[in-house]
Design a protein around this ligand. Sequence first.
Ligand SMILES: Cc1cc2nc3c(=O)[nH]c(=O)nc-3n(C[C@H](O)[C@H](O)[C@H](O)COP(=O)(O)OP(=O)(O)OC[C@H]3O[C@@H](n4cnc5c(N)ncnc54)[C@H](O)[C@@H]3O)c2cc1C
Ligand SMILES: NC(=O)c1ccc[n+]([C@@H]2O[C@H](COP(=O)([O-])OP(=O)(O)OC[C@H]3O[C@@H](n4cnc5c(N)ncnc54)[C@H](OP(=O)(O)O)[C@@H]3O)[C@@H](O)[C@H]2O)c1
Length: 449
Amino acid sequence: MPPARYRVAIVGAGPSGLFAAQYLTARDDVEVDIFDRLPTPYGLLRYGVAPDHTTIKSVANALSAVFDSPAVRFLGLVNFGRDVTREDLLASYDAVIYAVGASEDLRLGVPGEDALGSRSAREFVAWYSGHPDAEPQSLFGIRQAAAVGVGNVAVDVARILVKDSLALEDTDMPEDVLAELRRARVSDVWVIGRRGPQHASFTTTELRELCRTPGVQVSVDPEAFDGIDSEALDRRSRANVTVLREAAAADVRSPRARLHFLFWRRPVELQGNPVTGMALERTTLDAAGRVVGTGETEELSVQLVLRAIGYRAVRLPGVPFDETLGVIPSMHGRVVAGDAVAPREYVVGWIKRGPVGVIGTNKSDARETVEHLLADLAELGQLPSRVDLLDVLATRGFAPSTYADWRRIEAAEANRGASHERERMKIEAWHELLDLVLRERPGGPIPPG
Ligand SMILES: Cc1cc2nc3c(=O)[nH]c(=O)nc-3n(C[C@H](O)[C@H](O)[C@H](O)COP(=O)(O)OP(=O)(O)OC[C@H]3O[C@@H](n4cnc5c(N)ncnc54)[C@H](O)[C@@H]3O)c2cc1C
Ligand SMILES: NC(=O)c1ccc[n+]([C@@H]2O[C@H](COP(=O)([O-])OP(=O)(O)OC[C@H]3O[C@@H](n4cnc5c(N)ncnc54)[C@H](OP(=O)(O)O)[C@@H]3O)[C@@H](O)[C@H]2O)c1
């Protein structure tokens, strides 16, 4: 292999960062270091995509091929903004790609939102996905739950709540999560949309899967279908409406759980602490097509409210950020600071486009960014002098975790799975992940944090 000419840092080892690495290393004159705050790659593919969606989860196998390249290094346990700065990266790499996704969530902004029993779907998903930062979720005493929002995340959390836990036994969920789901006795789940079924953002395949969950009776507030002109809808919305109509018409004998779709309602208050109920206001659209309340309210008895109303990116220290759109501002993947392009800085994935789009969307997105990055580097050339960031970190007493460390975590998860007759069982505790990282370097530098 000829000596690499360019060195590129990618911050974030989620799908978008790994697609970008794939495109970069399709050339033989680029070396790539992929940083992540976790010792585990794959971002939301590992910690967001539902454990029972094994086909899409297997995209990780294809993405892992990028690490086979000798031109690629995985540098885990490196938190941008805490362990490395923008200046560190710009001094060590010819270009930097930010691929950090959107790690926070939106809030409803209603009274009672912080009460016990009110959480974001993001936190709930992190829990059942075994994210090391996740707080345990108790489902004790919860009979009625609500997911606010009618997107695919709402569909995921509703499905996990109504699905027979036996059907989750062969997933990679941590054992204590499965144990909690086995104990759970949730009988009713409401999925609540502030507009109509024709406006819902869930995709039909996901909606159909939810509505066909064995042992679950679906109901849809019949008024929700009033005034819908199916012919005027796009294909996805029309199919969604059909799925909902058919599901509501189907009679399930002795259902184990009931799933209720409520449209044209928005939460205005969560009552009790812990939550015992929620006040919903009927909604309509004003002349400008905005959602407005009608003033008519009703009460719903629930002990768990999961807001699934969208994710939100956080500002990276020192990096331009558009607070309104929640993205790093960019043009064709080039970071923009004020009115000018910030040389050698790029962006991909959810932090570029906002928190929408499936795994595959990040592929074409990464290609666009990488094409512009490579065109710019051809003009700008290499940095006049480069320092090796690993040397810089070593002087700070810090060695990132490696891809070999991740493979050891993976092997330990496979071992744990085998003892439960499962392919894999996630290791979710920070101390266990760090034990596995440090096993091969006793006495070696300990990552901070
Ligand atoms: C709950 C949920 C379920 C989903 N299910 C599906 C599905 O079934 N099918 C599908 O196609 N799509 C699904 N998606 C969408 C898909 O997950 C996203 O399109 C995709 O993950 C976005 O990729 P990304 O790389 O931009 O961000 P992410 O996947 O979020 O990756 C960002 C990475 O950056 C790292 N990071 C963040 N901050 C820092 C920092 N300061 N320093 C270092 N590293 C950092 C994170 O640890 C993470 O590894 C789902 C999304 C969600 C939220
Ligand atoms: N299986 C899969 O393929 C899968 C699984 C999960 C996620 N994903 C993808 O990941 C992305 C994110 O999904 P998501 O579900 O988080 O986002 P989403 O699709 O944008 O859905 C957000 C939902 O929240 C509603 N909402 C927003 N603010 C609200 C408020 N203040 N009060 C009440 N409702 C509010 C929205 O309604 P309005 O439309 O009225 O704003 C919408 O119904 C999507 O692209 C999704 O397809 C894919």
